[in-house]
Design a protein around this ligand. Sequence first.
Ligand code: AMP
Ligand code: TRP
Length: 334
Amino acid sequence: MEEQRKKRIYSGIQPSGIITLGNYFGAVKNWVELQEDYDCLFCIVDMHALTVRQVPADLRKNSLSLVAMYLACGLDPEKNIIYIQSHVPAHAELNWILNTFTYMGELNRMTQFKEKSQRHAENINAGLFTYPCLMASDILLYQTDLVPVGEDQRQHIELTRDLAVRFNNIYGDVFKVPEGFIPKAGARIMSLQEPTKKMSKSAEDANSYISMLDDPRNIVNKIKRAVTDSEAVVRFDPENKPGISNLMNIYSCITGKDHSAIEAEFASQGYGAFKSTVGEALAESVSAIQVKYNQLMNDKGYLEKLISENADKAAYIASKTLSKVKKKVGFLPK
Ligand code: AMP
Ligand code: TRP
């Protein structure tokens, strides 16, 4: 009897630096939980990273390092297809076609574009503008069912769905219309210094984010220095107490405890005790990941072989969707 196909998951991270706690709790940690029940592809989206100017040697280094980080966080290289976006040319090809189905007005509305064009006012390139079309191509090439991402990607997923529906309405059922999958607890980890902004690896103040490669002692210190408020009560209230609520979210992601359990745990304690418990717990789980990461980075040959084989697997799946699309839009067969 033919085995029923598992539902497919697709997600990716830009190799634009070492990933942060936000990427871990908002994305990778959830992927690790989903990998058992789904057929998964996890991409290193180096083509997206190019929308902001990169130092070539760093981009290469960060791309391989992200492969090691995916594995160190617990993604199984046997079960999942972990690969580099630029190794599969189908992404760029579908991207072009989808560009011609996307309206300027839709792209103009994208919050990430607005934010990034403010931050990189000297380089507002066309790639930054059409970034969501490339992301839609990533997802749609693989007939994806679910896309696990942090809250900041919701708008891009919506656009991907709109494009899939638009294309299908013209040409018949070509693309699966994907759903976003946004976690509750880690969907939006905030900056430690400005807790109303999201934690980002491109922030200038290194105290505002925790990198997955930060020294564990440094992690404890960064949590100690995190901006809070003067109420001195550990209570979840993102609007009035964004700093404390963020630390509660982080603690909840590590321990699985919900907000009321955390409030009870620290009911009679001040922020000092709360921060050191969160810091120590975090340092412990991150350092376990770092041990595995360092082992993997000592075997670059293994990582390179893995991504090369996986690029072939991904390209095979992508080629099926791409040929269908090319036929539908009227490209002459070779
Ligand atoms: P990026 O670093 O922009 O490539 O993001 C990769 C993944 O991490 C995406 O799924 C994002 O939604 C997620 N992510 C990035 N920053 C955060 C954050 N501060 N909190 C939660 N998730 C995040
Ligand atoms: N745009 C995503 C981000 O910045 C990264 C990404 C690119 C992605 N392609 C994707 C995420 C496909 C999920 C699926 O976080």
